[in-house]
Design a protein around this ligand. Structure first.
Ligand SMILES: [Mg+2]
Length: 339
């Protein structure tokens, strides 16, 4: 992408995406000496050459974020950079993998130096926190802002958390609270533009549970990250494991700020179906509950048991209404809809 007035692709990469370039947010960018282990050859050649640690498997995942599909285009560039990497890191966390390297393909409708600076700050700030190195990329001009990131992690042989290991009798649990991101998106649609608003921040700047996934990977039987919503992702886990689940709706953790914003019923609805939480949904044998909880608390996190894995297929404990799902009340007919 180049014309007389705008810098070309190589110049943009040099300015904003080489790890030894100083940004205005230089305190947040990844130093060339951090997160570089295993990089035999980094940016500047046709491919990066990477060396995974002996005895590990490479965990690879790709996600595309599109303006006004996956994030509001009028969010700050820093938030967009943070979020694009966060959703990818969350997939590594879900597998219990250690983040290592990522590549970035960026499509821009125009070249805005200030926007790129902010985007790089958000991206590198999170990259530093999670010790992951940018090892290659590509910038093109296109009609819509689009960010595709491929992350690489490593996980010791046979220690990855998968979706297929849940067994009847296992506990179902989540890290953190659910629904806040959906509440944040609704607040954004209602005109809230303070990115530090707790619900908006939950949506725009999710925290990947990287350390948590690595620390508990040998204590859980299955897991995934909640991107589509608790019920949808629980469905994925049950399908892959050939099991069902019984939810205890009153145990589903919902942030008080969300209840204050939406009311209890809609807050529960957001927790069940909202998506974009990027917490981990886990199944674990009851004998591991205490150890998993203590491990998460040591890392500043929480564990909420929300139900149990069953041998009967299907998800029980909540019931569909015309507008989504609601807490199942045994005394009410299961078809009863709440307005
Ligand atoms: Mg995922």
């Amino acid at each position: 992408m180049s014309d007389a007035a705008t810098p070309g692709e190589f110049e943009l990469i040099r300015r904003y995406f080489m790890q030894d370039v100083e940004h205005a947010c230089s305190s947040d960018h990844v130093s060339p000496h951090q997160a570089r282990a295993g990089v035999v050859l980094g940016q500047g050649d046709d491919c990066a050459l990477l060396a995974p640690a002996p005895g590990t498997r490479l965990a690879v995942s790709v996600d595309t974020s599109l303006a006004d599909v996956h994030f509001p285009r009028d969010a700050s560039a820093e938030a967009i950079g943070h979020r694009a990497l966060a959703v990818n890191l969350s997939d590594l966390a879900a597998m219990g993998a250690r983040p290592r390297w990522f590549v970035l393909a960026l499509t821009l409708p125009d070249v805005d130096a200030q926007w790129l600076e902010g985007f790089a700050c958000g991206l590198y700030g999170l990259a530093r926190e999670h010790d992951i190195a940018l090892v290659g990329g590509d910038i093109t001009r296109g009609r819509e802002l689009s960010i595709t990131i491929t992350v690489h992690g490593d996980v010791p042989d046979d220690e990855a958390i998968t979706r297929h290991g849940a067994r009847p009798g296992d506990l179902l649990a989540v890290t953190g609270t659910l629904g806040s991101a959906h509440g944040g998106l609704r607040a954004w649609f209602d005109g809230e533009r303070d990115e530090h608003h707790p619900l908006v921040a939950a949506y725009l700047r999710p925290t990947p549970r990287t350390s948590e996934g690595m620390a508990i990977r040998q204590m859980v039987s299955a897991g995934l990250d909640i991107s589509d919503g608790l019920l949808a992702d629980l469905g994925h886990l049950c399908d892959r494991s050939g099991v069902g689940a019984r939810l205890e709706a009153s145990s589903i953790p919902v942030d008080q700020a969300l209840v204050a914003s939406l009311g209890a019923q809609d807050a529960l609805e957001a927790a069940l179906n909202g998506g974009d939480d990027y917490e981990l949904l886990l199944s674990l044998a009851p004998k591991h509950e205490d150890a998993v909880r203590q491990t998460l608390e040591t890392l500043g996190g929480t564990l909420h048991v929300i139900g149990q894995i069953t041998s009967e297929p299907g998800i029980t404990g909540v019931v569909s209404t015309g507008r989504g799902w609601q807490h199942f009340h045994a005394s009410e007919p299961s078809t009863g809809a709440t307005p």
